[in-house]
Write a protein that binds this ligand. Structure first.
Ligand code: PAF
Length: 284
């Protein structure tokens, strides 16, 4: 595995791979890698000839300076994991390398970016669009892999790719990886205290127990209200929102969409740790 820190060297390595006719897979990450990331890497390894994993804690997507400061960073362990997973390139640039000048681009991300995380974290998705568009342009992947824990982020990235004309690039969404007790894997989980870690799986349990509502004819609004009530009832949880949205448009639903999946997206604070998760309410 080659560890590349500069955009110039990455451009060279990618041009070489392309010349050799290799299929390039990109897994963008912010490091602090866990089994969820590795499942994306393994899928990229199965489906592509040349796998690039980027590790970059992107400052432009943090609307909260404390969150950026405390975001876990484990570069040496990350590189060990990637080497063991058979990755070709770990791209680990500095902020100066990625943003030699401030990135002032504002993306017209539309309605998918206006709800939920978009409403709660102003500028967050524009920052995601900035970094992912740069990574797409540099790594020129045939396929890029993203985890469905950040369900809304995938929709935003698809919109950015459409706007920027990344037409030949396949965006591959991969299922959420969970711990044995149901907690969605996240780099932020390491910041939970033992007590918080013990209650955190209730998020998934509460969401999952609401899935039957659709078949029972309970409306999306009543389902969401019941989920929020249950979450608020757990001592130590401060739910920020729970919204049931159309899985394609990400817009809130008055009624279950005929023949289409809905997704319930949640954010819960445990102390100063902000966790997100989601669950599908399948059409059938
Ligand atoms: O999901 C993440 O880890 C980040 O938002 C991403 C896609 C790597 C962009 O910084």
């Amino acid at each position: 595995m080659e560890i590349i820190e500069t955009t110039a060297r990455l451009t060279e390595a990618v041009a070489d791979a392309r010349r050799r006719g290799l299929t390039i897979g990109l897994v963008p990450t912010m490091g602090a890698l866990h089994a969820g990331h590795i499942s994306l890497v393994e899928r990229a390894r199965r489906e592509c000839d040349f796998v690039i994993v980027s590790i970059f804690v992107n400052p432009t997507q943090f609307n909260n300076p404390d969150d950026l400061r405390t975001y876990p960073r484990t570069p040496a362990a990350d590189c060990d994991l990637l080497r063991a997973a058979g990755v070709d390139v770990a791209f680990t640039p500095t902020a100066e390398e990625i943003y030699p000048e401030p990135d002032t681009r504002v993306f017209d991300l539309g309605p998918v970016a206006e709800v939920m995380e978009g409403a709660m974290r102003p500028g967050h998705f524009n920052g995601v669009a900035q970094i992912v568009s740069k990574l797409f342009a540099l790594a020129r992947p045939h396929r890029a892999y993203f985890g469905e824990k950040d369900f809304q982020q995938i929709a935003v990235i698809r919109r950015m790719a459409e706007l920027e004309g990344f037409d030949d690039l396949e965006i591959v969404d991969c299922p959420i990886c969970r711990e044995a007790d149901g907690l969605a894997m996240s780099s932020r989980n390491v910041r939970l205290s033992a007590e918080q870690r013990a209650i955190a799986p209730r998020i998934h349990a509460i969401l999952e127990s609401s899935v039957a509502s659709r078949a029972e004819g309970v409306s999306p609004a009543d389902t969401a209200a019941a989920v929020l009530d249950s979450l608020a009832g757990v001592e130590g949880f401060k739910p920020e929102y729970y919204q049931i949205v159309d899985a394609n448009t990400l817009q809130p639903l008055d009624a279950w969409p005929e023949g289409r999946d809905a997704v319930g997206c949640v954010t819960v604070w445990l102390g100063d740790v902000r966790l997100i998760d989601n669950i599908k309410y399948p059409a059938k």
